[in-house]
Ligand binder design. Structure first.
Ligand code: NAD
Ligand code: ZN
Ligand code: ZN
Length: 346
């Protein structure tokens, strides 16, 4: 089968011919119908693979949708032919976090060598994908896999980040969303659906700001060194009740902290350079503001998102690429010229 693999550190990923996998005991084989391209892949490919315990070559893609085509020994509860999306942050299934469905915070994954597809295990940007357990599949019925696959990360990660702060974003409050790309444009829609907070989106050019408005942002502000002041002019002295930073470099984290109000949540989702940090301290950060950095989301939250997709409340912007064009999707991602999510259709 064909797969997009990250082969050489520092080089672009390559489309290669590799053996089609067969499901082992307990595993499920999917024929991939769609796979999303996430900025985190770019971060991973720009860092030494040892840092993540990843072995090369690695088939990329941690957002996957597919059709069940074969079941490993002992697999029950899912039928061949079912259209599904994949819950990516695989865990052990048995620890306390996994028992809550929060496999993203599995306390035993590292010890057991469990890694998400595309971030250690072979990923979804391929013709076929092995999923380690039917527990990690969510049926999508007749939903379009291309529009649905971004929900597994570009949807799930902001959904989790917003849900944990819902009590903060009371009617009339302001929420600041920094970066309206793959994750950010879903975040804006989720905020509109889940609350009556008013949204200020930040991004780097007029086209991106227009995109943010088109998906529901009330205001859009250029993310430059005057951004904090410009946001404060809109919010007034109370500042924002919730700030979601989908970029995570020092300048955006500093902006996030500068626009945050008393008792707010500053949620740093973007990985940035992996070294940037929020400054928290008496007289430095707003009183009782909480800064946090969540990772992905829970299984139940993905099921909720698929229900929301069936309800038709989300409009996910996608740009399609064939498997042969997948390296170009990563170029466009790095150049910042995508509108919404790049999705590879093998
Ligand atoms: P993306 O490239 O689709 O979107 C990023 C957006 O940020 C783009 O619109 C870009 O123009 C904008 N941007 C860039 N620099 C900016 C700046 N200085 N100020 C304002 N906007 C700026 O990326 P994505 O796939 O949506 O991922 C966003 C971030 O979230 C990445 O860092 C990614 O690694 C991270 N991520 C984290 C998790 C998690 O679990 N914490 C999950 C998925 C992705
Ligand atoms: Zn991701
Ligand atoms: Zn676990």
């Amino acid at each position: 089968m064909k797969a997009l693999q990250y082969v050489t550190v520092g080089a672009e990923p390559e489309v290669r011919e590799i053996p089609t996998p067969e499901p082992g005991p307990g595993e499920v084989l999917l024929r991939v119908t769609a796979a999303g391209v996430c900025h985190s892949d770019d971060f991973v490919m720009n860092n030494p693979p040892e840092q993540f315990g990843i072995e090369l070559p690695l088939t990329l893609g941690h957002e996957g949708a597919g059709q069940v085509t074969a079941l490993g020994e002992g697999v029950r509860g899912i039928d061949i032919g079912t259209n599904v999306v994949v819950y990516g942050p695989w865990g052990c299934g048995n620890c306390w976090f996994c028992a809550q469905g929060q496999e993203n915070y599995c306390s035993r994954a590292a010890e057991l060598g469990i890694m998400p597809p595309g971030l250690g295990a072979p990923g979804a940007i391929a013709e076929y994908l092995i999923v380690d357990s039917p527990r990690h599949l969510v049926p999508i019925g007749d939903l379009d896999p291309v529009a649905t696959v971004p929900l597994t990360d570009a949807g799930l990660t902001p959904y989790h980040a917003i849900k944990r702060s819902l009590d903060k974003i009371r009617p009339g409050s302001w929420t600041v969303v920094i970066g309206s790309g793959g994750l950010g444009h879903v975040a804006i829609q989720l905020l509109r659906y889940l609350s009556s907070t008013r949204i200020i989106a930040l991004d780097v050019n007029d086209e991106k700001l227009e995109f943010a408005r088109s998906v529901g942002a009330h205001e859009a502000v250029l993310s430059d060194d005057r951004a904090a002041g410009n946001v404060r002019r809109i919010t007034g002295p109370a500042g924002a009740s919730l700030v979601l930073d989908f970029v995570g470099f020092q300048p955006t984290i500093d902006t996030a902290m500068a626009v945050a109000g008393v008792d707010s949540d500053v949620t740093i989702v973007g990985i940035g350079d992996g070294k940037s940090a929020a400054r928290v301290g008496f007289g430095i950060s707003p009183y009782e503001a909480t800064a946090t950095s969540p990772y992905w989301g829970a299984r139940a939250e993905l099921i909720e998102l698929i229900d929301l997709a069936h309800a038709g409340v989300l409009d996910i912007a996608t740009e399609r690429f064939s498997l042969d064009e997948a390296p170009e999707a990563y170029r466009r991602l790095a150049a910042g010229t995508l509108r919404g999510r790049a999705v590879v259709v093998p």
